[in-house]
Write a protein that binds this ligand. Structure first.
Ligand SMILES: Cc1ncc(COP(=O)(O)O)c(C=O)c1O
Length: 396
């Protein structure tokens, strides 16, 4: 279409599942939603909204990288998680999505590429494209339990690669980076002059203890320029407050140059809202309460899912160690879309693996956040539909 940029020409044709969901909703039919991942809608603890009107909330004393008080509060938050970071190396943005935009501007010329994990978070492709950058996939191999294989990263790299993204733990695959993988990855990044971008929005949500797990790369002496991203949307379950942070690390000269340039970018966009920055210490103090409730919820729901699986079933729950999702491996026939449509007929909404570019088999992705009664009722239907096969008549 003339007059608009090619990079905003996103496909807008709804897929058959979206169409079926719209029909289901239009008919007012009941729905047990196993895609609900909005932490504000599933009965989890929220902070007192009065926190968002601290004294000075309507003032404006802009500091491009974020208020000094907010960056100090964040450095203390990192210290509580065992990472020693300087407030001066932290950059505040309205979201991690905005941070990605800034990092792609910082690192890439139009036409350059960044390597993104697949299966993985589908927004990377769009975030890169909006900056004129290509998101080039590297595989998290099923044979490696969807963990990182540096050989796959090396194989995906070309002369125009500028950065490697890792999501730790993976979304939706829920595997953490391990010490050996991080060392190999940081070494490859340093050798090829690539930045390492570590998305740690789910890192506080480990389900169990695991040797050699990397909780964060912030504050580590890594040989490559390194950006570590997180934010209130997952850490405190507050996506609507719009506050995220990036830690900049790596060799001092690269780090300082990156910070100086990011300050310019930040100054151009003007800073994050004042009320949320002033409220940050109190919001971070609330985070442990939210995280404890999420962990109880996701552990409980995962148990409910495992308990719903009959012995000898044709489907399986893929092993994982953290995050807010579960991945199911299902039979290739009739496959992801037909299974999701059959589930919808039976009143349950689940995501097909192709939303996350799984490939190599058939998968479903479920949110582990729904309230226990909803989740238990949904997995009962799910187990029945998966056992009976999608061609059987809908239940009830
Ligand atoms: C891996 C990952 N990164 C980033 C985000 C987005 O976070 P934000 O709300 O800070 O943009 C999400 C949201 O689901 C995510 O799954």
């Amino acid at each position: 279409m003339s007059g608009f940029s090619a990079r905003t020409d996103f496909p807008r044709t709804p897929n058959p599942l979206a169409e079926a969901l719209a029909r289901h909703r239009a008919r007012g039919l009941p729905l047990l939603d196993l895609t609900e991942s909005n932490p504000t809608r599933v009965g989890l603890p929220a902070p007192d909204a009065a926190l968002l009107a601290p004294p000075g909330a309507c003032g404006y004393a802009p500091e491009p990288l974020g208020l000094t008080s907010a960056r100090h509060a964040l450095a203390a938050h990192h210290a509580r998680r065992g990472a020693a970071v300087s407030p001066e190396h932290l950059v505040l943005t309205a979201s991690t999505s905005e941070a990605y935009g800034w990092l792609f501007k910082l690192l890439c010329e139009p036409g350059d590429n960044v390597l993104v994990p697949v299966p993985g978070y589908p927004l990377f492709e769009h975030l890169a494209r909006l900056e004129g950058v290509e998101a080039r996939p590297y595989r998290l191999p099923l044979a490696h339990g969807f963990g990182l294989d540096v050989g796959e990263v090396e194989a995906a790299r070309d002369a125009r690669t500028r950065a490697v993204l890792v999501v730790n733990p993976g979304n939706p695959t829920g595997q953490y980076l391990h010490e050996g993988e991080l060392a190999a990855l940081a070494d490859a990044c340093a050798r090829h002059g690539l930045a390492l971008i570590s998305d740690e929005v789910f890192s506080d949500f480990a389900w169990d203890a695991e040797p050699d797990r990397v909780a964060t790369v912030a504050g580590r002496a890594l040989p490559s320029l390194t950006f570590t991203l997180s934010g209130l949307s997952k850490v405190a379950g507050l996506p609507g407050l719009k506050l995220a942070w990036t830690h900049v690390g790596g060799p001092a000269s690269l780090r300082d140059e990156a910070l100086a340039r990011l300050e310019w970018v930040a100054d151009t966009y003007l800073p994050v809202g004042t009320p949320v920055q002033l409220a940050l210490p109190a919001l971070l103090a609330h985070a442990p309460r939210f995280q404890a409730a999420v962990l109880e919820r996701v552990r409980g729901n995962r148990q409910r899912l495992l308990a719903a699986r009959p012995e000898g079933a044709t489907w399986d729950v893929v092993p994982a160690r953290g995050g807010w999702s579960a991945v199911l491996r299902i039979p290739r026939e009739p496959g992801e879309e037909a299974t999701c449509l059959a589930l919808l007929d039976a009143g349950v909404l689940a995501q097909p693996g192709f939303f996350y570019d799984f490939g190599g088999g058939a998968f479903l992705v479920l949110s582990l956040l729904p309230e226990p009664e909803v989740f238990a009722a949904a997995v009962e239907v799910l187990a029945r539909v998966l056992e009976e096969g999608p061609l059987s008549p809908p239940a009830g």
